[in-house]
Design a protein around this ligand. Structure first.
Ligand code: 3H9
Length: 717
């Protein structure tokens, strides 16, 4: 129940916002606030008002679910105007999160008292929005337009101490609990009353927003033009903060309101709200018994101190979990350690991590060469070279030494979890934990359940991923799992487009214009072309020769061009700067000639649609097979692991937004033109006909192991 709980104690009314879990400002809360404020205003015994959040937090903002519908009265800016207009002092007491509308509410109060641990910020930009209840008008008046822009454009919160220094809060309360905060707010309220102090309303302050050099806004616009291309919220945020510096408060509010509504109703905001909820839903596994408990993981071992092993070790150490890395010899360990040290030094130099935190994390990472040293660890993650034989040998050893109850995880990005698990006598403890590079930075963790992974093992890795700040998604077991299986199709079609008339730079630019941070070919050059070449050579004997295959990547590797690290790949490089290479254009043209193809101009729209339809068609198969539980899981993987623009919501959201019938018609056309590889996924065909969305087509939730059953059928094909 969303309520405002009202209590009264020696001249002060306490209004407690109670709407678990995050005290979002739903309609009932806004209405409750208006009523409670009116009552307190009319009660002569009340001399001051404290607004506080129930339980562990103030307010995480507007109720995001309500943003998808027409907004209901009382409108939020009106509620805030009523609070600001009160003649009795109103004190916001902040703990936990004071985000978005939560901070806007606090800024409309006359004073702010906070715990040092509070997080205050305006993260609306992460939802494709701007603060729509005065945040763009009040915050610049408190902290100046430059800092306000920094906070609103990044969406990043600051803690209580930083907020105090910035002038966002007036005083920090001693202690760490909600009770401490209440005590602090009470003391503050009595001090205000005793001193008969009158606060200056934030909306009335002009010192920080008058005579601001307009160059500030032009600078920000021009510096970020490339980064913001295609996105709507950022430019509107700059315009609103500029309005705070040029217009009277009331006019600035009206300007903000107009821009807020334009964004709220945009497809970008809808896409980002979809991703927000999909990210939270992804960690909930359908079909897991309700009473299953995640095991507590207090120590982790990593097999392999290469790039992935090192990144994974850092991810655990950053969350305070001790890690032991195992390598074959002292030299490999020392090399791995040096890379980790260097990575931490870079983070400290960039200011993204404090020196203390980096030093502490480093002390948590140890190395060794003896498996016996890790026998007592709660979890071991194997992160070695992608070779089934090597992985099986490692899992045999792990099975022999690890204590009963330990979780045995593999970081494989493609290999069969069941085959790896079969090398042990405890397949129920084996699971995939697919991290993305750099593993200490990338948020996605694609966990892969095998046929025998126990519910406890699954629950444990899903919960642990959240503890270390990752976004976990559970995949079934098939080649490439969700992410790489789809990527394979996407890359394949881009290669075919090269043969048909496009160039790598045209493909890359078209995908970048769609919103990917990097096109396919720059990405492949950066990752290195040699590894996948080796994989392709390994599969050559079993490849289906009747299927279309592009030899372009192989031909480039045959020239010793392995990407950026060799100074040449699809592009040629001057340091890290890539430029188109006529030699590659000639090579592609010769491949087209060899195949007897007449090259034709390909439009950027065709490139994007073909690449995206390749993702969607495979995504639909993955959904129907139950490899993914929900379309949203696929979107979460693509947004957080593959650079799919968040403001487009992920490939499955994109398809639904375009209309599944439209996407199906496009794929059907490609099927007629290109053949079997484009056979429309049966689920897509069905939904296109019925007019339903993806939610009508996901495989019904089953018990753990359901997906692997599907996988076995795939492997046999
Ligand atoms: C806004 O304020 C607009 C205004 O400027 C203008 C208005 C006119 N609404 O993340 P968690 C749910 S826009 C509804 O797992 P954590 C969430 O879905 C808003 N629901 O916890 C989840 O539900 P479930 C600006 C919300 O501890 C549960 O709460 N504010 C909201 O890891 C727990 O969430 C933001 O963008 C919400 N506002 O992190 C802040 N927030 O249990 C958005 C959360 O069913 N929120 N839920 O899966 C966050 O960043 C994080 O949730 C927070 C807690 C840091 C608060």
């Amino acid at each position: 129940m969303a309520t405002i709980d009202e209590t009264f104690d020696s001249n002060v009314a306490y209004l407690t916002i109670n709407n678990p879990p995050v005290n979002a400002l739903a309609t009932a809360i806004r209405a409750g606030l208006v009523a409670a404020i009116r009552k307190a205003a009319e009660n002569p015994a009340v001399k001051a008002i404290v607004i506080i959040g129930a339980d562990k937090t103030f307010v995480a903002g507007a109720d995001i679910r309500e943003l998808g519908k027409p907004l209901q009265r009382p409108f939020f800016p009106d509620v805030l105007a009523a609070i600001e207009a009160l003649t009795k002092p109103v004190i916001a007491a902040l703990h936990g999160n004071a985000l978005g509308g939560g901070l806007e509410l606090a800024l409309a109060c006359h004073y702010r008292v906070a715990l040092a641990s509070v997080k205050v910020g305006l993260p609306e930009v992460t939802l494709g929005l701007l603060p729509g209840a005065g945040g763009t008008q009040r915050l610049p008046r408190l902290v100046g337009p430059a800092k306000a822009l920094d906070m609103i454009l990044s969406g990043k919160p600051v803690d209580g101490r930083a907020a105090l220094l910035l002038g966002i809060v007036d005083e920090l309360a001693e202690g760490t609990t909600g009770a401490d905060l209440l005590q602090g707010a009470q003391t503050f309220a009595h001090k205000m009353l005793a001193e008969r102090r009158r606060a200056t309303l934030v909306s009335a302050r002009q010192d920080k927003v008058s005579a601001v050099d307009p160059a500030l806004f032009e600078d920000i616009r021009s510096k970020n033009a490339a980064k913001w291309r295609g996105q709507l919220a950022q430019e509107s945020i700059v315009a609103c903060v500029e309005a705070a510096c040029t217009l009277p408060f009331a006019e600035g509010m009206a300007f903000e309101r107009e821009r807020f509504f334009a964004l709220k109703d945009s497809s970008q905001c809808k896409a980002m709200r979809h991703v927000f909820f999909a990210e939270r839903e992804a960690s909930k596994v359908p079909g897991l018994p309700a009473d299953v408990k995640a095991r507590s993981v207090r120590s982790v071992a990593i097999i392999g101190a290469g790039t992935m092993g090192g990144g994974i070790a850092m991810a655990f150490a950053n969350a305070g979990i001790p890690v032991t890395q195992i390598e074959l010899g002292a030299e490999a360990l020392a090399n791995g350690r040096a890379i980790i040290e260097n990575n931490y030094a870079t983070s400290v130099a960039r200011g993204s991590m404090s020196r203390d935190k980096a030093a502490k994390a480093l002390t948590l990472i140890k190395g060794g060469t003896n498996y016996a040293d890790i026998a007592d660890c709660d979890l071991v993650v194997e992160a070695v070279f992608e070779s089934m034989d090597i992985k099986k040998a490692i899992f045999r050893k792990l099975d022999a030494v690890m204590k009963p109850g330990a979780i045995l995880a593999t970081n494989t990005s493609t290999l069969d979890i069941d085959e790896i698990a079969a090398a042990t006598k405890r397949p129920e403890a084996v699971i995939g934990t697919h991290f993305f590079s750099p593993a200490n930075v990338m948020k996605l963790q694609e966990n892969v359940r095998g046929a025998h992974s126990s519910a406890e093992t699954i629950a444990s890795v899903m919960s642990l991923a959240k503890k270390i700040g990752k976004i976990p998604v559970l995949s079934g077991n098939c080649e490439g799992f969700i992410g790489n299986r789809m990527l394979y199709n996407y890359v394949r079609e881009c290669d075919f487009l090269l043969e048909e008339g496009a160039t790598p730079w045209q493909v890359d630019n078209a995908l970048k214009a769609f919103g990917f941070p990097m096109g396919v070919y720059l990405m492949r050059d950066l990752a290195g072309l040699d590894v996948s070449w080796r994989v392709r050579k390994g599969r050559e004997a079993t490849r289906d020769m009747s299927e279309r295959y592009s030899p372009i990547a192989d031909r480039i590797c045959e020239l010793g061009r392995f990407g950026q690290k060799t100074g040449a790949g699809y592009y040629r490089y001057d340091g890290r700067t890539a430029s188109p290479d006529p030699k590659i254009e000639a090579l592609i043209e010769s491949v087209s000639r060899d195949q007897g193809r007449t090259r034709k101009p390909v439009s950027d729209e065709d490139i994007v649609m073909r690449a995206l339809c390749a993702l969607v068609n495979e995504g639909a198969k993955i959904l129907e097979e139950g490899i993914a539980s929900r379309a949203g899981d696929i979107d979460v993987i693509y947004v957080n692991g593959y650079g799919f623009p968040r403001y487009r919501g992920g490939p499955m959201f994109f398809a639904e937004h375009e209309g599944l019938a439209t996407i199906h018609a496009h794929i059907q056309r490609l099927y007629l033109e290109q053949g079997q590889l484009w056979k429309p996924a049966p689920l897509l065909a069905r939904l296109a006909k019925s007019g339903e969305g993806w939610s009508a087509g996901a495989a019904s939730p089953g018990s753990p192991g359901r997906n692997t059953g599907v996988h076995q059928a795939i492997v046999k094909q």
